[in-house]
Design a protein around this ligand. Structure first.
Ligand code: NAP
Length: 290
């Protein structure tokens, strides 16, 4: 069993970007600028945005964090996005999800200029991804593809199960794994809460991506010997032994499943850091592809 070390690959990706940014500076060109919009003060969202901003600083990007009160209405948020779209210095815009009830996430995402949509959630970019055209690929599935690529895992011809069909993880993951690329070229089964025989589908899979948000869902008896398991889940589980009162758990019962795997991602230290690395790659592209 080998660990797919997201921390290590993320660092390698960031180091590569640091060099590229230094190159831009040396040529007198502008450095990438990411603008993040955070509505409200949800703890997990604060953590995610905070680490995105810190990573920008680490690589040498410019970043702007716009905080909006959770009571704002949709039109105020759309106006903020309009201003960022028009700001030529801003290359990438992300709106941290989820948004408060009453604000349409898709409307907000589709208000972002598609050429600045570094999260890859805009309808135009999703369409381009489905067609296999160059675009911004959503950061989490993009990060997983980078991880598979780094470890030179040849997924051609594999049966893959993706558990979870969200627009940000599961569905794009299923599209990327089924594309005629390497990594890719898998035969994919996309599972969700209405799927009847998940255990059987997983047992028949060479590659499993668990992205459902149910801690410890994927158990050893659902995994065949030698499978590759990618754990996307991040759940806060109450843990009085921790100072902060909770632990972070993935969707995979790691201790039971790991011994059966050829490769597995840990939580934390697997997909999470790769998501940020992929976002940084998208932001670099937004800046330099103009
Ligand atoms: P989401 O929008 O809540 O989607 C969850 C998906 O899982 C849905 O498609 C749902 O099916 C499916 N599902 C729920 N219970 C199921 C069950 N018992 N059996 C089979 N499928 C089930 O979640 P998400 O945004 O995709 O995130 C999934 C997990 O990944 C969460 O823990 C999240 O925190 C984590 N995450 C991690 C990263 C990272 O960087 N590591 C990034 C994003 C998300 P239905 O569609 O039928 O409801």
């Amino acid at each position: 069993m080998k660990i797919l070390d997201g921390q290590l690959v993320s660092q390698a990706t960031k180091d590569d970007l640091k060099i590229k940014v230094a190159d831009l500076v040396q040529q007198g060109l502008k450095v990438p600028h990411l603008a993040a919009v955070l509505v409200g003060n949800d703890g997990a969202s604060e953590t995610y945005v905070g680490s995105k901003v810190r990573t920008c600083e680490e690589i040498g990007y410019k970043s702007t964090l716009i905080r909006l009160d959770k009571s704002i209405d949709e039109s105020e948020l759309l106006e903020t996005i309009r201003k960022l779209n028009e700001d030529d210095d801003v290359d990438g815009i992300l709106v941290q999800l989820p948004l408060p009830a009453g604000i349409s996430e898709q409307k907000v995402i589709d208000a972002i200029d598609a050429s600045k949509d570094v999260d890859g959630f805009h309808s135009i970019n999703v369409g381009r991804m489905v067609q296999g055209l160059p675009t911004f690929v959503p950061a989490t599935p993009h990060g997983i593809m980078l991880l598979l690529e780094y470890y030179k895992i040849d997924t051609k011809g594999m049966n893959a199960a993706v558990i979870g069909r969200s627009n940000i993880v599961g569905r794009p993951m299923s599209i990327l794994l089924s594309a005629a690329t390497n990594p890719g070229n898998c035969t994919v089964t996309l599972c969700h809460s209405q799927t009847k025989n998940i255990a059987e589908i997983c047992r028949n899979s060479d590659l499993i991506v668990a992205a459902l948000g149910k801690p410890g869902f994927l158990k050893a008896d659902m995994v065949k010997e030698g499978a590759i398991v990618i754990d996307v889940g991040i759940s806060r589980v109450t843990d009085p032994s921790k100072k902060r009162g909770y632990s972070i758990k993935g969707d995979v019962d790691f201790d039971g499943v790991a011994p059966k795997c050829s490769y597995i991602t840990p939580v934390p230290g697997g997909v999470g850091p790769m998501t940020i690395a992929a976002l940084m790659k998208n932001t670099f592209r937004a800046c330099t592809a103009k």
